[in-house]
Design a protein around this ligand. Structure first.
Ligand code: ACO
Length: 338
């Protein structure tokens, strides 16, 4: 018998505002055909002006609490992954804590972009297995739409991203039979900082050579919008996601056949198809949501989990494998029994 962590509740929230590829074509020179062929994306969600990242996180968290049959007061810590915080500081988990009415419990923001959710569940798992906390709320939430260059200049990046949030509650559990009992089995986290500038948001930033972190000149250059070297990101994403997932499966003596559902980060459908081809994963085992939501960064994996459960694809007792890659570069993989 050993103390482990498991996911006892899963929630997601997508804002109602649907933006199709055709809608984007009214803002910039792009087309449904270009976006679909290159990325698989058909539509994404954008928030209304008054909605922030912590608002989406709150709705997803309520869903996770309801699914777990728990009250907000049962939560002992909040870990929130985002690259689109409500404000530069304090962290967005602070605002979520206030909105949930949970004064004084610890909060932690994770800044690992697309890999943020897998980093977050790994951190939660450590606290739970150490016996520090029993119930941790882990959230991935993003509002991208307010931070994109929606002109033709920014089209390579802006067509990819959408707004949304997903949340899970991780709770302490005693595992008697590791082959049957739900728990987080393994995770593997990586970073290679030399590629930081291949996919980044330069400004505002204290490293900018100026006395101010944001100047009109910086904004005129568009450095307050995300910059991406798409081809480099694509190649590294395929390589690292497959490498990392292979390692996690090997280390746990798990075969592709053993895994019931593969929940990959949703950056580009072609990235996921390449990873699946390389690893000989049957496409029917891969659950993708990018067609409907675009890339919601730290939220893609919990949203995928939520939708897979609702679709009847992911059922209690099933084995889930996940892998993600993103800005940093950071990448990670994890294996859990749901
Ligand atoms: N609509 C129409 N044309 C476009 C668009 C657009 N939205 N964006 C770029 N183009 C044009 C380019 O200007 C270029 O035109 P040119 O040939 O006249 O110069 C042409 O399309 C081809 O551009 P490429 O960049 O070569 O297109 P590519 O086939 O590489 O596809 C893409 C671009 C989809 C971004 C791809 O590189 C990719 O998916 N990379 C990975 C990106 C990714 O995963 N990002 C994730 C962000 S973070 C994360 O979650 C990992």
């Amino acid at each position: 018998m050993s103390l482990q962590s498991r996911m006892v509740g899963v929630g997601a929230f997508l804002p109602p505002g649907i933006v199709t590829n055709e809608d984007l074509g009214k803002l910039m020179e792009t087309s449904d055909e270009w976006i679909r062929q290159r990325t698989g994306i058909e539509e994404r969600r954008w928030v209304a002006p008054e909605v922030s990242t912590s608002d989406l996180a709150l709705e997803a968290s309520k869903g996770a609490l309801e699914d777990a049959g728990m009250k907000a007061e049962d939560i002992e810590m909040i870990i929130l992954a985002t690259l689109s915080p409500d404000h530069d500081f304090p962290g967005t988990a602070v605002f979520l804590q206030e909105k949930m009415g949970l004064a004084e419990i610890p909060t932690l923001d994770i800044r690992q972009q697309c890999t943020g959710f897998l980093y977050a569940i790994s951190v939660a798992d450590q606290y739970i297995r150490c016996g520090t906390y029993k119930n941790i709320l882990v959230v991935g939430a993003e509002v991208h739409s307010k931070g994109l260059d929606k002109t033709t200049k920014g089209r390579d990046v802006s067509v990819l991203f959408g707004d949304g949030a997903g949340a899970v509650i991780m709770s302490a559990t005693e595992v008697n039979d590791a082959t049957k009992d739900p728990h987080l089995i393994s995770s593997s986290l990586h970073t290679e900082g030399k590629y930081a500038k291949e996919l980044w948001l330069q400004a505002p930033g204290m490293a900018n050579v100026d006395t101010e972190r944001l100047t009109q000149a910086v904004m005129d250059e568009g450095l307050h919008y995300p910059q991406m070297n798409g081809k480099v990101v694509f190649v590294h994403a395929v390589k690292r996601m497959s490498q990392c997932l292979t390692k996690v499966l090997e280390n746990t003596n798990t075969s592709i056949d053993d895994v019931d559902v593969f929940l990959f980060h949703q950056a580009n459908l072609r990235i996921n198809q390449k990873v699946a081809d390389m690893m000989k994963i049957p496409s029917e085992k891969c659950f993708n949501t990018i067609q409907k939501y675009g890339n919601t960064t730290a939220a893609t994996i919990p949203i995928g989990m939520h939708d897979a459960i609702k679709a009847g694809v992911l059922k209690p007792g099933m084995l889930v494998a996940s892998a993600a890659f993103g800005s940093g570069f950071t990448w990670a993989a994890a294996l859990w029994r749901y």
